[in-house]
Design a binder for this molecule. Structure first.
Ligand code: PLP
Length: 357
């Protein structure tokens, strides 16, 4: 295929180094009690692995709806309005298979999550890059103008945004919904990290049948290895997704593991406060070093600016600390880890800054 020539596969480095702060994972592994519960759940499905899983993952979707109703009571969700797939990357792919595709257009606001345009490309959807502001927020007037100019079939918003950490106020999302002629996806992969005084786009679902809110168990839930992403939307959206998904796309093991993790949601999400506090310390420290730091509502921080960020990234890696070269060219992103990992990060960055000045 000519259109694939020259493209690179997704390539966040997976290196065996002591401190891995490059893919916004949660640093806390499951507790021994949860490990035991997960093992029991897997053992239970093991005896019927000769059979296909529940194709529609109804019990899991009902549990996810319950969880979202606790997060946002006004969302009033049921299994019919929730959908799950192998990570939110697959959720996004299914959305673009259903609502994008050849002859259709998707629009996003850069800098944002790199997989949105990549998945658009692999589904044959034309991608339009609109821009965020200097401070990485979204000016509703400019966003509406971009939408009116391009009339996209799908608009992507990410809140809190990756890689900048910026959360969007509901008014900005409502302005986009009012202007967009097609679907509006709000990617809330980091939704659970948002400040307590800000609201999830789930609030807007009852009024907006063209809104899709995506979430994942990979971040706050600390279950990245499970590969479980999900969305909430109007039942008509779910009916469209049923037409594009592969049969039995969620294994019975995945479904059992995800349901068990949801039963431990309070314990798992207990890390959110710890990580927020660690993030705020990190932001303060980076600023004290004279660096620019983007305000973050997520479990990572974008900081800079460096004339040659690759040198700083490499100097950090030489000290066993892996961070990410992503976003605007002079910035780097670090995931919030444990306090020991953050101490290793500070020490490595102090040396790296001296070396690369
Ligand atoms: N959306 C955003 C904004 C992300 O940052 C990520 C992962 O980093 C994803 C979606 C995909 O997450 P997953 O496929 O693990 O659910």
């Amino acid at each position: 295929r000519d259109d694939l020539r020259g493209r690179e596969p997704y390539g966040a480095p997976q290196l065996d180094v002591p401190v891995r702060l490059n893919t916004n994972e949660n640093p806390y592994p499951p507790s021994p009690e949860l490990v035991k519960a997960l093992g029991d759940a897997v053992a239970e499905v093991a005896s019927s692995l000769n059979r296909y899983p529940d194709r529609d993952a109804v019990a899991l979707r009902a549990d996810l709806a319950d969880f979202l109703n606790r997060d946002t009571p006004g969302a009033d969700l049921t299994a019919e309005r929730v959908w799950a797939a192998n990570g939110s990357n697959e959720v996004i792919q299914q959305i673009l298979q259903a609502f994008g595709g050849p002859g259709r257009t998707a629009l996003g606001f850069e800098p944002s999550y790199s997989m949105h345009p990549i998945i658009a490309h692999v589904t044959g959807t034309r991608w339009i890059n609109a821009q965020r502001d200097e401070d990485f927020g979204l000016d509703p007037g400019k966003a509406v103008a971009a939408i009116e100019e391009h009339r996209p079939d799908v608009v992507f918003l990410t809140s809190p945004n990756n890689p900048t950490g910026t959360a969007l106020p509901l008014e900005a999302i409502e302005a986009v919904l009012a202007a967009a002629p097609g679907m509006v996806v709000v990617d809330e992969a980091y939704g659970e990290f948002r400040r307590e005084d800000t609201l999830s786009a789930l609030e807007l679902l009852p009024e907006h049948p063209r809104l899709i809110v995506t979430r994942t168990m990979s971040k706050a839930f600390a279950m990245a290895g499970t590969r479980l992403g999900y969305l909430a939307a109007d039942p008509a959206v779910i009916e469209a997704l049923l037409l594009v998904r592969l049969p039995y796309h969620l294994s019975s093991v995945t479904q059992a593991v995800a349901r068990t993790a949801l039963a431990y949601a309070d314990e798992l999400l207990g890390s959110v406060d710890t990580l927020r506090a660690e993030r705020d310390l990190l932001v303060g420290w980076l600023r004290s070093q004279g660096l620019r730091v983007a305000d973050s509502d997520a479990n990572f921080v974008l900081f800079g600016t460096f004339p040659d960020r690759r040198r700083v990234w490499q100097a950090m890696l030489d000290r066993g600390v892996l961070i990410r070269e992503v976003g605007p060219p002079q910035w780097l992103r670090v995931t919030v880890g444990t306090s020991a990992e953050m101490a290793a990060f500070r020490s490595a960055l102090t040396t790296a800054l001296k070396e690369t000045q």
